[in-house]
Design a protein around this ligand. Sequence first.
Ligand code: CMP
Length: 143
Amino acid sequence: MEQTFIMIKPDGVQRGLVGEIIGRFEKKGFTLKGLKLITVDRPFAEKHYADLSAKPFFNGLVEYIISGPVVAMVWEGKNVVTTGRKIIGATNPAESAPGTIRGDYAIDIGRNVIHGSDAVESARKEIALWFPEGIAEWKSSLH
Ligand code: CMP
């Protein structure tokens, strides 16, 4: 079954949006497979965003991600990568539709509350980076 990596960024945690965001994924029907509150260091954040290292906003992005705890999650379900991105909304909150997480809770691209993997392959890499210890086993009778 498809999985994606979702991270509630420091602004989302500090603004008390964790429960709201988890609720949206749960109510859609996705299954929570991994969850932790973690403050990452600079080398780790630089690794997560390595593809963006040439961008002018890279240093600011890394500073933002290491500024406080984030909630790292693995969600599972049919088309969860694409549908998860729809739930999150466009990267720039100026373009994200009302009803999406960024559309409802963000106004600044540099403080956009949440990250979601953009493809199945990047989800696989991000889950391996953030959850080297592995993720939860669900008993099939309860799943
Ligand atoms: P995210 O989905 O985590 O993927 C990359 C992040 O880079 C993105 O969300 C934004 O937080 C950030 N980002 C993208 N474009 C810009 C920009 N022009 N200025 C500042 N941050 C940006």
